[in-house]
Design a protein around this ligand. Structure first.
Ligand SMILES: [Ca+2]
Ligand SMILES: [Ca+2]
Ligand SMILES: [Ca+2]
Ligand SMILES: [Ca+2]
Length: 373
């Protein structure tokens, strides 16, 4: 990589994201906002891990009556439906993931679509025993953050049943809670003391008691240490959680000409996008649905120079879709391996050799078929 290319703006963005991922594992960041967990709920199968895409690997699992394959918030793919009685996502003990240490100075957010205001709908938090930890969600049409055993912070919000709303709550280091609805600040509630740390289990769609299970749909759940600004909350709501600092679409870097070194390009695709070379439909897997998409775009070895994007089959970044793109994807070797190791149990990532052979045959079949047209 040359210094010249380092100066290119977009590259700086991915370096920043990469740095964020590296720093996420080191404890000392002065007052910075740090993404601790991010669950986009793209799963469609109840048996699948509920992936945390923060880079920290706090994957969860579905429990009780949940439908993970429902339409999510507009623009955010799939969401999950919780039945209000038993449905929840188990995340893990607060002393293992560190969420239990959040007694002040943190931010929570999610897209929520509650269906019943007759009971509280907890979106995210810990079990309350011992009067420690926190849970947030709705009470009636209001937003509520509870530091267990300490304080119910209630904020009028005029939520609607069966309507998507983006909700965010910041608990600052003076123990005052600040509420945001659809990216706008709507009010603050003070209290003189922090919550208590907890080792209790954390959940999505649950916290507290059985009677407070979430009833309806949830999408894009995120937890940060530190206090996000209104602008950052708006960014997360409109651009996605990973872009809370106002970064452009992280996939766009693949098309701007700055990332053509094969190793650097593959590292970016693996470590920042959590995907494989070849994942044109951006679902973090490389499989036949990507072939369907790129051949449908119809630009394989066309006579038009520099007309192809990642979504259209330019996997190596030279702006055209040709055999060199298959070489790049073959070299990366992610075909039909599912999501990357670490994004789900290691057992899913095995047997590379047959998959590679399959990749070649599918590629050849695809080329043959589309050339005859
Ligand atoms: Ca989603
Ligand atoms: Ca894909
Ligand atoms: Ca072309
Ligand atoms: Ca290419």
């Amino acid at each position: 990589m040359t210094l010249q290319s380092l100066r290119q703006g977009k590259l700086r963005i991915w370096l920043a994201i990469l740095a964020g991922l590296v720093f996420a594992t080191t404890p000392t960041l002065l007052n910075a906002q740090e993404l601790l967990g991010y669950w986009p709920l793209e799963e469609t199968d109840e048996g699948a891990d509920v992936l945390d895409l923060s880079g920290n690997g706090f994957h969860g699992s579905f429990e009780g009556d949940v439908d993970p394959n429902v339409e999510g918030a507009p623009g955010f793919g799939s969401g999950a439906f919780f039945d209000g009685v038993t449905g929840q996502v188990y995340i893990g003990p607060g002393d293992e993931n560190g969420f239990g240490d959040l007694t002040e100075d943190f931010t929570v957010m999610a897209w929520i679509n509650p269906e019943n205001f007759g009971h509280k709908n907890r979106v995210f938090g810990s079990a309350p025993h011992g009067g420690a930890g926190f849970g947030w969600g709705t009470v009636g049409d209001q937003l509520e953050l509870t530091t267990w055993g300490i304080k119910d912070y209630d904020q009028g919000a005029s939520l609607e049943e069966e309507e998507w709303a983006h909700a965010a709550i910041v608990l600052d280091d003076d123990f005052e809670a600040h509420f945001y609805l659809n990216g706008e600040f709507i009010g603050s509630q003070p209290h003189p003391s922090p919550g208590n740390p907890t080792a209790n289990d954390f959940y999505i769609g649950f916290a507290c008691c059985d009677a407070e299970h979430f009833e309806g749909r949830i999408d894009e759940v995120a937890l940060f240490s530190g206090q996000l600004t209104e602008e950052q909350i708006k960014n997360a709501m409109t651009l996605g959680v990973l872009n809370f600092d106002g970064n452009v679409d992280p996939w766009a870097v693949l098309d701007d000409g700055s990332l053509t070194d094969p190793t650097e390009r593959a590292n970016y695709i693996h470590d920042v996008l959590h995907s494989w070379v070849g994942d044109s439909n951006k679902d973090r897997e490389f499989n036949s649905s990507d072939f369907v998409q790129v051949f449908a775009a119809g630009e394989y070895e066309d006579a038009i120079p520099s007309n192809s994007t990642w979504e259209e089959g330019d996997w190596n970044g030279d702006h055209d879709f040709d055999s060199s793109d298959f070489v790049a994807a073959f070299t990366d070797g992610g075909y039909e391996l599912g999501m990357r190791p670490g994004m789900r149990p290691a057992a899913a990532a095995a047997v590379p050799e047959p998959a590679s052979i399959q990749l070649i045959s599918i590629a050849l079949i695809g080329l043959f078929r589309f050339r005859r047209k």
